[in-house]
Structure formats: C-alpha cells, structure tokens
Design a protein around this ligand. Structure first.
Ligand code: CO
Length: 590
C-alpha cells in the first residue's frame, strides 16, 4: 500500500447534477429531488453536486423552472451538507465569455442562494479564465475548487498539470479537482499524477472521473492510494456508463480499509430506491449509449459530448455518419491544438466535425465558434493551431488573434443587460437573478421570465412543419383512436378523438410549401439543418465572394452562410424563423 496513514476518503455525490446530465439529458426536475433531500442530508457526504453545467440551461429551456429557486429549495431541504456547483470560469454556465461584472454577480447570487462549493474550470485550462470566478468565490467566503480539465495529447504532460495545479493553489484554491470528463485517466497515470501533485501542492485533491471507458473505479483506487482525499460518485441507479462510478460500490470497496468513507450503505440503498423510480419516469431521455465505449480511448470524447453528437446527428437525419464523425472529432481537435473536450470547446470541435462530415469536405464551412476559437476568443489553445486555418480566419475576418485574456476585451455588461431586460419586459426586472438569467440566455431566458410571470403563454405543442410531414395513406376524416386500458385488473375500452385543433394531414387545397427554385443564378444550400436566425443581405444587394448572407442556428451554434462568388442576391428563399434542412436551397446568387 502506498499510503500507510489512516486517510478517510470523502465523497461528493453527483446524483443531482452530473449523473442525470450524463444519462438523462439533464432532465431531472426539482420535484424528483426533494422527496429524498433530508435523507441525502444525513449521509455525510463531502458535498452534493446539484447545480451548474447544463442544469441552468435545462431548467429554463425545458423544465420551465427557475434555476435559482432550485438552489433555494435544496438549500432549505439540505441544511447540513455542502451544496456544490460546476462553474465554467469566465463562461459562467453559458457558452461564451462574459464580462467580469457578470461573473462576479453570478457568483455572489449563487452564494446567497445557497451554493457552498464552486468547482471552477476552463475548457482550455487557461488559468486566466478562472481568476475572476475564483476571486469572487473567495470574496463571498465560499469554497473555491480549482479544476484541471484532464485530457491526453502530445502537449498535455504531467509537468503541465502540476504547474497548473500550483498556479491554482496560488490563486487561492481550497481544493484541486482533476476533472476527467471523458474517462481517460488510467489507473497508473492516476497514481503518477496524484503522487506528483501531492509533492508540489498541499491542498486536498478531488477526483472527478466518468465511467465511460470502464476505468474509473480502478483510477479512483490508485488515486486514493496516492493520496486523493475526495472522489465523485453517483448513487447506483444513475451511475456508470457516461456517468460516475456507483457510490455504494466505492463505499463497499473502501470499507474496513484505512480509506473507509464511513458512510452507511443501508441508507444509501434506501435513497437509491427513489432514484430507480426517477430513472424509469425519465426513460424517454435515455441516451441509449453503450456501457463501455472503447473508441473513446482514442477519440477522447466525453460522455456528454457523445450524447450531444448523437442528438445533433439525429436532428440532421444523419445518425449513420456517427462513426465518421467520431474520427473527424479526433482530426479537428488536433488541428485546433488539442483542446480538452468539455463545454464549450467540445461544442466547437463537435459541431465543426459534424459539418465537415456532412459537407463531405473538411473546413469548407467554418462555424462562427471555430473562427472565434482560432482568434483566441476562448483563451489560449494548449497546442499549435494549424497555420493555414489561422491565416484563413485572419483573412476572412480581418482580425488578428488576441493574446490577452478574452474578457479583457469585454466591457462591463450588467447594467446594459438590466436596461435591455427592462425594455423588453416593459418594467424593471424583478431581481438581479433575472438580469443574470437574461444575460446568460437572452432569448430562452427572456421567454422563461415572461412565461413564469404570466406575461406570455407557453407555446402549445405545434404540429411538425408541413414540409417535414411524410405523405400518409391515413384516412382524411379524423378517426377516434381506440385504446384498451386495464385498471386494477378490469379492462376498459376508451376512444380518444383528436382535440388539438391541428390537422396533421396536409390539406389538398394548401399551396405547395416549397417554392420552385429560380434558375437564374447559383443556389446556395443549407450546410446543415437548423433555424434561420438572421438575414444579412436583401434581394438586390451586391455581395462579394465569401461575404455573409444568412446566419443559421443549428446545434446551439451560429453558422454563417456565405456567397460562393461575387454577384447579386437574386432570390432569398427563406426568412428569419424558418426551419431548414440540410441541403434546402436558401438563396440564389446571380
Ligand atoms: Co462530469
């Protein structure tokens, strides 16, 4: 045994955040957490991770619940255990870099609402992007956990990680997390890495591994033997696969050893029963990915990104290209200087890889996010970015890559956001929390606030857009559907008529939804399926080669559609808000 001293290991349970983010598309509502909150509080965890990552986005976008209220409700129900959140450094819980005043306000409000531990990471391991969030956490008197996004590449050496850990300790980190989002940490590297860190830093080391590759429990054991103090696990019903190792298994594995967690296995099993039912309730969000995906060991793709890629490809009707996209992710990542794949760099690399594959040509289209990444707007890439890509982006945008911290170029934004929100609501915002929600998610956040406050009705479920409908031989008259339902052993026949008011059959007198494509020029087609966000040129406008005409939003990313040659916009075939599919004609350039 490497460590002979008694060294109790502590556990952070991710059941309320990463577990359902990894396995159930982040769809667990607060009402499924509260019934076992007081039991969770009795376990004796180091902390309960319950916020951050994608939970904020999911709350306002899908669950229509106030993310800040979730913190308050759980704080009230769990008074004795630290509540922990994952913070994306200068990206907060969004996808771009925000001004310092917004980062500071977010941390202050989160601390007030009840967050105790802020785990702060940067997708590129650029420590400059952690500074403001760390400082704000310390100012609020809370626990700052500095975080290394673990990955493997020719540029990611042991020395690099140790140096980063020392910087984080100097910045005031109370603990150091090794965030292994893809499950790439192998047991003996864990032993080596934790041992090297223990020699150079004195703060406790916290391991966060995903079970995606089947290595995580082994890595935990070796890391613990080398001196790691805290590990992240998830209660068994939402453990393993792309989530964390099971809490109960690790508690059992460490029992009666110097590392004994001291947690009560029976209590854990009792709580787990509840989450078995929760998983069954939310089964429609199962990602359906395999338990162990060995391809990740070469592609280095985190679990969350795998399910994201799968859903991107499904939305593009291209699930059959999945393996090709995984290969492309490896190539794009190398070309971009080996960023660790975690939000938002995972979206940058993933979306570019999907576009490369669907276009049948590498980098024919560069997304706005890829361009910004290359221009240094996410921070410094760990390795060298392919020179010709840098040159091309400089030529296309007329901008030079930045060398300072990205947020140094961002003006304070909080008061501007407050004014904007007041204008859009027609009244002063109800709270600073609302201002921050709006700043982070201008469209979805505003809609959420309006719906929550009764200023707007949630949109009724719409029928699929007409062009997405398949011709159906179904009868034209609505026919009541008959169901056989069994209740307490007695069978009833129930007929249900379509009462939605929507006709899902295309009517014969409807005009054709697709206009004939004019042939007096070259047609530019949609590079991928998505929504038309903005039109930058009108019919009759002159355009030069490479000039931007239309902005699409697809897979949460903006993609600009550019003119293939110099000419004139002869016909615009779409308008903002239109849904387009991969290959649909957008504009004709004469
Ligand atoms: Co994770």
């Amino acid at each position: 045994m490497v460590n002979q001293d008694k060294q109790t290991v502590m556990i952070t349970d991710t059941i309320l955040r990463d577990a359902h983010q990894s396995l159930l598309a982040t769809r667990m509502p607060t009402k499924y957490m509260l019934p076992v909150a007081s039991k969770l509080d009795k376990v004796g965890y180091f902390s309960l991770e319950m916020w951050g990552g994608a939970t904020f986005d999911s709350c306002i976008r899908f669950l229509r619940e106030d993310p800040w209220d979730r913190v308050r409700q759980l704080r009230k129900a769990i008074p004795n255990t630290r509540l922990q959140m994952l913070l994306r450094g200068q990206n907060v819980v969004g996808y771009r870099h925000y001004a310092d005043d917004l980062v500071e306000k977010f941390v202050e409000l989160a601390a007030n609402a009840g967050i105790d531990v802020f785990r702060i990471f940067d997708a590129l391991n650029d420590v400059r992007n952690l500074r403001t969030a760390m400082r704000a956490t310390k100012k609020a008197g809370k626990h700052a956990e500095g975080c290394i996004s673990y990955t493997t590449s020719p540029v990611h050496t042991l020395d690099l990680y140790v140096e980063m850990a020392q910087q984080l300790e100097e910045m005031g980190a109370d603990t150091l997390c090794i965030k292994d989002m893809a499950g790439l940490l192998t047991p003996y590297v864990a032993l080596e890495l934790v041992s090297a860190l223990k020699r150079k830093i004195s703060i406790p080391i916290h391991l966060h591994c995903h079970a995606t590759t089947g290595l995580s429990e082994m890595s935990y054991l070796k890391g613990i033997e080398a001196g790691a103090a805290i590990i992240d696990t998830a209660l068994s019903p939402l453990a393993l696969g792309t989530s964390q190792p099971a809490t109960e298994s690790l508690v059992a594995a460490l029992r009666n050893t110097p590392y004994d967690t001291g947690l009560d296995l029976d209590l854990l099993i009792e709580i787990a029963d509840h989450f078995k039912q929760v998983r069954a309730q939310l089964s429609e969000y199962e990602s359906g990915l395999p338990g162990v995906d060995a391809r990740i060991l070469s592609a280095q793709i985190p679990g969350g990104m795998l399910s994201n890629l799968a859903s991107q490809l499904r939305s593009q009707n291209a699930m059959d290209r999945y393996d090709e996209v995984l290969d492309e992710v490896v190539k794009v990542r190398a070309d971009l200087g080996y960023p660790p794949l975690v939000t938002p760099s995972s979206q940058v690399v993933g979306t570019q890889a999907v576009i490369n594959v669907l276009q049948g040509e590498r980098y024919k289209v560069l997304t706005e996010h890829t361009k910004n990444y290359i221009l240094g707007k996410y921070g410094k890439a760990p390795g060298e970015i392919r020179k010709d890509l840098v040159e091309r982006v400089v030529a296309e945008t007329g901008q030079q890559p930045i060398t300072k911290r990205p947020a140094d170029y961002i003006e304070p934004e909080l008061e501007k956001d407050r004014r904007e929100l007041a204008e859009k609501l027609g009244m002063q915002p109800r709270s600073d929390e609302d201002v921050v929600t709006y700043a982070l998610f201008p469209e979805v956040g505003l809609e959420f606030i309006q719906i929550r406050d009764g200023m707007k009705k949630p949109e009724p479920a719409k029928p699929a857009p007409a062009k997405a409908q398949k011709p159906s031989p179904a009868p034209q008259e609505p026919t009541p559907a008959t169901y056989r339902i069994t209740v307490n052993g007695k069978t009833y026949e129930v007929s249900i008529e379509d009462a939605t008011g929507f006709s899902v059959q295309p009517r014969a007198d409807e005009p054709p939804t697709k206009k004939a494509i004019p042939t007096d020029g070259r047609t530019v087609k949609a590079p991928l399926s998505g929504d038309v966000l903005r039109i930058l040129k009108q019919e009759g406008d002159e355009v030069s080669q490479g000039e931007e005409i239309i902005v699409l939003e697809a897979m949460k990313m903006e993609t600009k559609v550019v003119s293939p040659h110099e000419g004139r916009v002869a016909h615009l075939l779409v308008k903002p808000g239109d849904k387009v599919e991969n290959g649909d004609p957008l504009v004709v350039i004469s």
